[in-house]
Design a protein around this ligand. Sequence first.
Ligand SMILES: NC(=O)C1=CN([C@@H]2O[C@H](COP(=O)(O)OP(=O)(O)OC[C@H]3O[C@@H](n4cnc5c(N)ncnc54)[C@H](OP(=O)(O)O)[C@@H]3O)[C@@H](O)[C@H]2O)C=CC1
Ligand SMILES: CC(=O)N[C@@H](CCC(=O)OP(=O)(O)O)C(=O)O
Length: 349
Amino acid sequence: MSHIVRAAIIGATGYGGAEVIRLLQAHPLVKITSVISTSNAGAPLADHFPHLQEVVVDILDELDVDLIASKADVVFLATPAGVSAELSPKLLAAGLKVIDISGDLRLKSSSDYEKWYKKKPASEEILAKSIYALSEVFGDEVKGSDLIANPGCYPTATLLGLIPAVKAGWIDPSTIIIDAKSGVSGAGRGVSLGVHYAEVNENLNVYKVNKHQHIPEIEQALSRVAGKPVVTTFTTHLVPMTRGIMSTMYATVNGEHTAADFIELYRQFYEGRKFVRIRQEGKFPSTKEVSGSNYCDIGFSVDERTGRVTIVSVIDNVVKGAAGQAIQNLNLMYGWEETTGLLFAPVYP
Ligand SMILES: NC(=O)C1=CN([C@@H]2O[C@H](COP(=O)(O)OP(=O)(O)OC[C@H]3O[C@@H](n4cnc5c(N)ncnc54)[C@H](OP(=O)(O)O)[C@@H]3O)[C@@H](O)[C@H]2O)C=CC1
Ligand SMILES: CC(=O)N[C@@H](CCC(=O)OP(=O)(O)O)C(=O)O
């Protein structure tokens, strides 16, 4: 029988942190022992998130590494870029396991991190130690590790949709184009003009064209799987909805593979992995069909006229794209069944 693992959440007053709390409170093998805020320590968490009143330990702790180490075994960082690069080494030195939901530890090249995030990178030692934990693909490396770089939201949807085909050599990686769309919660709880209701409602915005920080993350993973450098075109759009990511991907098919062939390839690749669901031929997923859940749903079409495949992949950005996958990785880290505490159906409608 497993012992109960004690968890602390840094960034508990943000969307990612709140979702870690919501999901962990139902996890049978974890107890939340500390919720942490840098700007509101001593205040009740319910002041920020009334929906969490009486759900967990309510008073926000300050960010003090020794205090965290005295209360917890594992720490989730749901913090802005730049925080984990500096904080992770201290947390590890205090004997804690670290699961970082930010982008700080995902890129193995510190110069890429500096270029795309415009922040000071983590040390080479920390970058070498962190495991890029796209659970269904690199999950074998997670067990027993103590430093997890949780994948980004867009990369999760995109990579789960592309990797089986790239690995099998069924698509030409140099032809991949990714058209991605996100709900507004992906931008976090902080208010800015770009997420203002009047700017987003009944509007469709393209943003960070050829400048998005997830481009090097997607290319890093695709290059690893392809065994050669891969560059891609990846474009993001903001959609007037709260949760959800849809990544629509196009690539030239190598050889003669039908949509039915792709479906079979992906079903085999993800066999036994409950959180990736492959649609039947002619069926495509919508974001609402995974909302509030840890599922990633994928559909296919092959156009015989162009020789291209269209792959559509959807996730909930805050669950599979952040907190849910982080808990899936916690499960893998401790050698538990990866679905523990996560097998709930999407919220529909
Ligand atoms: N939202 C999403 O869908 C996804 C987000 N992510 C990533 O997860 C991270 C968190 O995102 P999200 O929750 O949306 O962001 P939010 O802006 O909603 O929350 C971030 C939280 O970080 C805390 N914080 C700010 N500065 C510091 C600091 N210097 N040290 C410690 N904590 C700090 C703040 O709380 P306080 O001031 O109380 O300390 C704040 O509530 C980001 O790196 C984001 O890019 C990744 C995947 C998906
Ligand atoms: C809608 C929206 O603004 N989404 C954010 C997602 C940010 C994110 O998740 O950042 P990291 O994965 O790099 O931590 C964006 O596109 O930048």
